[in-house]
Every structure is written in structure tokens, then in C-alpha cells.
Design a binder for this molecule. Structure first.
Ligand code: ADP
Ligand code: MG
Length: 274
């Protein structure tokens, strides 16, 4: 605990609403604290990510404790990995839990091919960058999943909702079509996603457990707010974890966060809010 206070001083970290969450000091800390996946750690090191940045020190453990997250840290401080690393671990965890009771406790059904996580970005360029980082980190990661009551293994699937994927999804008809290629994590701009939601059965969001808003200051600004609300309304799982990441948190975002997020949300500010 004292170490945590010291660590936070070094990066001017202000963390509230989550007393039980201590920051990590290294990626290796994740192994003992969260049974972190070995391949995921390998992928971090292989790509040159050896030490977590301050926002990663704070946001990774808080996310793994299933808190809603409102995070603010400067541009270039590593926010993308701050949400991708715990998300990948959570998707792996969900596939690892095999007993029926454990799953019932967490509100999980047997792992299916349904979409588990959505990352919303205000622009296509940013969505592409997130996709590239996510592909690097998910290399060689395998999930257990259950198909017709048979345990099977397949690679974790990350997709970006491109024009071509959108038209494929529309053509392949029912979203519970078994021949469809599974998607675990989908990265998208708001408009593309809403276009899919409108199309009946093109995309089922009812199993989405993690909803991440990157550059939340833009997504909750006037131009996007209606679309963002629409997306929130369609993620109907009662176990939905919400995260917002941004370089600034204007007061309107703070206000919306307090209405949308769970009451024990973790609020992380690295440096200044504006
Ligand atoms: P932000 O979203 O906060 O503006 P990014 O997530 O785009 O920042 O990260 C900025 C750069 O820092 C990227 O090139 C990314 O690969 C790099 N980076 C992120 N985390 C680490 C880390 N732990 N170690 C080294 N480089 C990192
Ligand atoms: Mg960013």
C-alpha cells in the first residue's frame, strides 16, 4: 500500500472510487495478482513493451477487478494498451472458466462465438491503430469454447468493422448462424456500428461484456452523443463493464460518466484533467 502511494506520487496519479485497487509496478506483477496469461506477457515483451506506463499501472488492475473505468491521461501516454491488455486477459479468462457454477456466478453462459467486447473510436484512423495494436497482442492466443457441448479451441478473433466486414455480416444473415466466423473483439466507429444495429440480425450485442470508449471526450460531445447513447442502449447484458479513456475530461463527460457508470467506478487521472 505504501509502495502504491509512492508510485502514484512519481506520476501525479489521482485515483478515486477504488481503494481496493493497487497499481502494478511491472507487467510481471500481473502474473501473481491475476494469473496473467503467459502468451499475452510474451507478446508484450516481444513488441518492446517491457514496463507499464502510469495509466497502464492503474487502469490494468482496476479493469481486471471488473470496475467501470473513467481514465484521463495525456496524449502519447499509452492509453490504448491500458485498455487492450486487461481486455484480452478478460476474454481469455471467460474462456478458461469451465465449471458451470463459476460461470453462473459471473453471469456467463458457456463461452460461445458471440461478440464479447466492443471498442468505439471516433475516427477510422484511430480505429485502425487500435486494431493494429490488438492484433500484435493477441498473436497465438487460443480460447476454449463450447460448440454443441463439445469443448473446442480456436484463436482469439479481433476484427475491425470495415466496409467489407459490414457487408459480409449483412449478407450472412442471422447473427446466430453457426457457419459465421466468430468475432470476440470488434473495433468500430459509432456510425458503422449503428448501421449494423439497424440491420436486423446482422450483429448481436447481447453478449457484449466490455464496452470501451476511446477518446471519450469526442464520443460524448454533441456530434456523437446521440450515437453513443444508441450503442449503450443496445448492449443489454446486465454484466456490462464500461470504460472511457480520454486525454481530457470536460465537465460534460464527467457528468455523463456519473450517470452511465456503476457507482463503484474507478476514476483515474494522470496529470491534469484538461
Ligand atoms: P495515447 O492513446 O495515450 O495517446 P498510445 O496508446 O497511442 O497513447 O501510445 C503511444 C505510443 O506509446 C505508442 O507508440 C505505443 O506503442 C507506445 N507504448 C504504449 N505503452 C507502452 C509501454 N508500456 N512501453 C513502451 N511503449 C509503449
Ligand atoms: Mg489514444
Amino acid at each position: 500500500k505504501e509502495d502504491a502511494v509512492k508510485l502514484r506520487k512519481t506520476y501525479k496519479g489521482n485515483v478515486t472510487g477504488s481503494d481496493s485497487t493497487l497499481p502494478i509496478g511491472s507487467f510481471e506483477d500481473l502474473i501473481s495478482r491475476f494469473q496473467f496469461n503467459g502468451k499475452l506477457l510474451d507478446n508484450l515483451i516481444t513488441n518492446g513493451f517491457t514496463e507499464p506506463t502510469p495509466i497502464q499501472c492503474e487502469a490494468i488492475p482496476a479493469t481486471l477487478l471488473n470496475k467501470d473505468i473513467l481514465a484521463c491521461a495525456p496524449t502519447g501516454s499509452g492509453k490504448t494498451l491500458a485498455f487492450l491488455i486487461p481486455l484480452l486477459q478478460q476474454v481469455i479468462d471467460a474462456s478458461r472458466t469451465t465449471t458451470h457454477n463459476e460461470k453462473a456466478d459471473k453471469g456467463q453462459k458457456n463461452v460461445t462465438n458471440g461478440l464479447k467486447a466492443l471498442i468505439i473510436s471516433p475516427t477510422k484512423d484511430l480505429a485502425n491503430q487500435i486494431y493494429e495494436e490488438c492484433i500484435k497482442l493477441s498473436s497465438r492466443i487460443v480460447l476454449n469454447h463450447n460448440s454443441d457441448n463439445v469443448e473446442q479451441q480456436r484463436h482469439l478473433q479481433v476484427s475491425i468493422l470495415s466496409k467489407s466486414l459490414a457487408s459480409k455480416l449483412k449478407q450472412s444473415g442471422s447473427s446466430n448462424n453457426k457457419n459465421r466466423k466468430p468475432i470476440d473483439i470488434l473495433i468500430t466507429t459509432p456510425l458503422r456500428l449503428i448501421d449494423m444495429i439497424k440491420e436486423e440480425n446482422a450483429l448481436d450485442l447481447s453478449e457484449v461484456k466490455h464496452l470501451i470508449f476511446d477518446e471519450a471526450d469526442k464520443l460524448f460531445d454533441k456530434t456523437f452523443l446521440e450515437q453513443t447513447d444508441h450503442i449503450l442502449a443496445h448492449c443489454t447484458s446486465s454484466f456490462l463493464q464500461k470504460s472511457m479513456f480520454s486525454a481530457t475530461i470536460p465537465s460534460n463527460v464527467e457528468e455523463i460518466a456519473s450517470t452511465v457508470m456503476s457507482s463503484d467506478m474507478c476514476r483515474i487521472i494522470i496529470g491534469h484533467k484538461e
